[in-house]
Design a protein around this ligand. Sequence first.
Ligand SMILES: [Zn+2]
Length: 239
Amino acid sequence: MKQGLYILLALSLVLVMFTTAYVHSEEPALAIIPDRLVTLTFDDGPDPRFTPRILDLLRAADVPATFFMVGRNMLAHPEIVQQIARDGHAMANHTTTHPHLETLSEADVRAELNGYDHALQTLFGPLAPHTPWFRPPRGRQSAAIDAVVAEQHKQLVLWNVCVENSKTTTPEQMRDRVVKLIRERGGGILLAHDGELDRSLTVQALPLLLDALQREGYRFVTLDEYEQARSLKQKRHAR
Ligand SMILES: [Zn+2]
């Protein structure tokens, strides 16, 4: 009887860990945000259920994005990765298997980052479109992650506002929450997800979001342009 209870407890713990694994409910505070600029990032894909629809929406709205992809998903769906590249979006490292990277040794962290690079090489050959950007799963950091990021000259990119949130259950609620948070910050890095879990709500909210923010005068720029504007603003602040 007691054993059964322990098994039940263990199972429910695993379930809670699984359902929260890809939900980013906290908005990390990144201090410097360029004025009225927004840059769109997607994590965890590519996924044939959602990524192609997101690409269609981005094409229709003429908005650039950065896809932080998981290496094993890239190898499983190379045609979607090729489409992302053809559409002119940037691609960036989000590990090979999306583990709890903050729990791994430096050697294992290194292998996770290298696996993404190998996937990119496999798909594009020696002219693979590398970017310096890396985003750790769930935004978690550790000394080992910092060491490998420094050693590989990568640039860690977190976010200011996450599109998905446990409190918003309709596309309209999702839009309103994101617009409010972007307004408070005057712009920022938007994080959305295009893989692993059911992202139907994200796909439905995306056109509403783009429309609402553009109407308010926010400009969607590439992560490159955003980072340049941010470092300029940072220099002005430092003076
Ligand atoms: Zn992720």
